[in-house]
Design a protein around this ligand. Structure first.
Ligand code: KIV
Length: 303
């Protein structure tokens, strides 16, 4: 690999303010070298609105929703219909962030025509303004077809969860010089095919740094170290909203599962001991109406 990471990374404190107008793919490209890009997943209206209000640049409706929202073991069974359903919820409540949808497993691998039809659904029915798909080599014709049709594409290489069976599990990718060189070649091919950015998942930090330095489009890292142009995390992981195994690259910024458990337990206890609801949670009725009601009630059945 002949490229080297640039020694200087832009300091986030000196970075220009993020625009309040809607973020487009050109803004994402322009951020490279100017400021770091923050991306998070969201899958429903209320959380997407909260994330958007924090000026997160990109909201990903990831196929991770299969595991995070639907309780499945992996992402492979997620359908285009399910993605459309969640994309509509997200795009309906987001006013600034660029909303990107994952193309689910087997919705694009089968060729450009399928890729166009399915990405078209995510665009037109789901309301997203870009799609992400996993892999490079065999997917390049699909990516070119989407870009030619005006659908911006985010690439995704490294650990690609849709290929977990081939990869032999959720493992760090690109750990040998040969594997790292292949990743760099894939990243360059994705840029060449027209991707506006590329996710690097579970890649050694020095490899991600070299790929980032070699590309003119931004890299968004997840488990790929500090030298990517941006970072992405699964919202539920960083909020500590679920107890399932969380990868070591996740930083937990909150423990919402603990807060939810405490709140639900307190509610259950108060329902059982009668402390909830209190008078402030009920509705009054005019005294006169109440007297009338009781009088009518007392008279009921008398003729
Ligand atoms: O589906 C997803 O959430 C993703 C991110 C982990 C990048 O692809």
């Amino acid at each position: 690999m002949s490229v080297h990471p640039s020694p200087e990374r832009p300091a986030t404190t000196d970075a220009p303010a993020r625009p309040r107008r809607p973020v487009g793919t050109l803004d994402v490209r322009a951020a490279k070298g100017a400021r770091r890009i923050a991306m998070l997943t969201a899958y429903d209206a209320p959380t997407a609105a909260l994330v958007d209000a924090c000026d997160i640049d990109i909201i990903l409706v990831g196929d991770s929703l299969g595991m995070v929202m639907l309780g499945r073991d992996d992402t492979l069974s997620v359908t285009v219909d399910e993605m459309v359903h969640h994309c509509r919820a997200v795009t309906g409540s987001v006013s600034r962030a660029l909303v990107v949808a994952d193309m689910p497993f087997l919705s694009y691998e089968t060729g450009p025509a399928d890729a166009l039809r399915n990405a078209g659904r995510l665009f037109r029915e789901g309301g997203v303004r870009a799609v992400k798909l996993e892999g490079a080599g065999p997917c390049l014709p699909q990516i070119r077809a989407l870009v030619d049709a005006g659908i911006p594409v985010m690439g995704h290489i490294g650990l690609t969860p849709q290929r977990v069976a081939q990869l032999g599990g959720f493992r760090v990718q690109g750990k040998t010089a040969d594997a790292a060189r292949r990743l760099l070649d894939d990243a360059l091919a994705l840029e060449q095919a027209g991707c506006f950015s590329v996710v690097l998942e579970c890649v050694p930090s020095p490899v991600a740094a070299r790929i980032t330095a070699a590309l003119t489009i931004p890299t968004i890292g997840i488990g790929a170290g500090p030298d990517c142009d941006g970072q992405v995390l699964v919202l539920h992981d960083m909020l500590g909203l679920q107890e399932r195994m969380v990868p070591r690259f996740v930083k937990r910024y909150a423990n919402l599962a603990g807060q939810v458990t405490a709140a639900v337990t307190a509610y259950k206890e108060e329902v059982e001991n009668g402390a909830f609801p209190g008078p402030e949670h009920g509705f009054a009725m005019p005294d006169e109406e109440l007297r009338q009601l009781d009088a009518d009630g007392n008279d009921a059945g008398k003729e």
